[in-house]
Design a protein around this ligand. Sequence first.
Ligand code: PA5
Length: 424
Amino acid sequence: MIKLDYTNTSLKEDLSAYQKRVSEIHQQLLDKNCLGSDFVGWLDWPLNYDKEEFARIKETAKEIRERADVLIVCGIGGSYLGARSAIEMMKGLYPDDKLEIIFSGNTVSSTYLAQTLKHIEGKSVYVNVISKSGTTTETAVAFRLYEQYLEEKYGKQEAARRIIATTDKARGTLKNLADKKGYRTFVIPDDIGGRYSVFTAVGLLPIAAAGLDIDKLMAGSAKAREDFLSDDLNKNAAYQYAVLRRIEEKQGNTVEFFVSYEPSLTMTAEWWKQLYGESEGKEGKGVLPASVTFTTDLHSMGQFIQEGTKNFFETTLMIDKPMEDLIFPADEDNLDNMNYLAGKSIDWVNKMAFQGTVDAHFNTGGNDNIIIHLPDNSEFSYGYMIYFFFKACAMTVLLLDVNPFNQPGVEVYKKNMFKLLGKI
Ligand code: PA5
């Protein structure tokens, strides 16, 4: 499913030098005694997920699709990036769908919130509020606005049907509120952190509401779980990627650019940045995750990447088969001198740009390029890819002796903000 190509890298170490440490960490993950082991529920989730809840997710998604024009997904960080990345990657940026999905609750921009409230006027609205802690300010601020909007518009009873909360199974402000108001609830398991939660109701409800097949998505994640069960670095592409990142860092490449050639993968890059940044960036350690979308950004960041400071490597996610393709037409007058491409597929042009860019960046620019090939953007492939990145992330961060599953640094801004806001 995933082909990892690291032939365009100059490595000063062999991957096999890491085998012993990889095997030790692999065993710790299996035995659930690694750093942060309270949060490794995602490892076996593709097999253990709650099948009864899964059926309820599908029913609820069906109701949303039948009754709503707009679904507002209200959440931040791990409580929205997975769903948004999935929907954009699998449906593209202009999906042909009656249901519009808006991701909100991830900013306290007054302009954004006011414009969203105006945008939904006159439309049939459902809200899925997602927060594991139930107290995240950005989400809570937006949710109160949408909740009051729905109650005013539909009355309390109908609003209660249209609001669905995804949160802790028993505790927290959002769980209490949802129970008191009679909202439907879905569970974020205790042992799965936000950024590892795409395969739980956090991701699955919005993804199913978008009309995507979550059975296939879970099947993809289960296949990846099986494929990445080996600790053998010759066989496990997730562990190869994990080790490559550590070797690159040792060689002074402390920034990693996630590269894609599809605008619909921009949110996948954002999801990946959160997964790797929040898991790894602790104790003064870690590779800084950055992203670019080519060929668009070859006309902005391309200059720096080709000739600027050499402190980075690139990891390209290449979707081998595009969702759609077009044949470039011939033109009788050829005033734009573009007939040399007549009859060629646009995706072929994109792939030639990719090949030319890897050559320019590696052979001329001296930047290492790791390439991750994914066959297509189907639900199965998406599920497979997400699990690949989870497993690689856990391994690469544990290789640094860092806990991949907490995010203590995020609390610092919150403390300052709460003081300024006068929160008691
Ligand atoms: O990955 C994480 O744990 C975080 O990004 C959280 O998902 C994010 O802070 C939102 O938290 P919560 O779901 O508690 O509102």
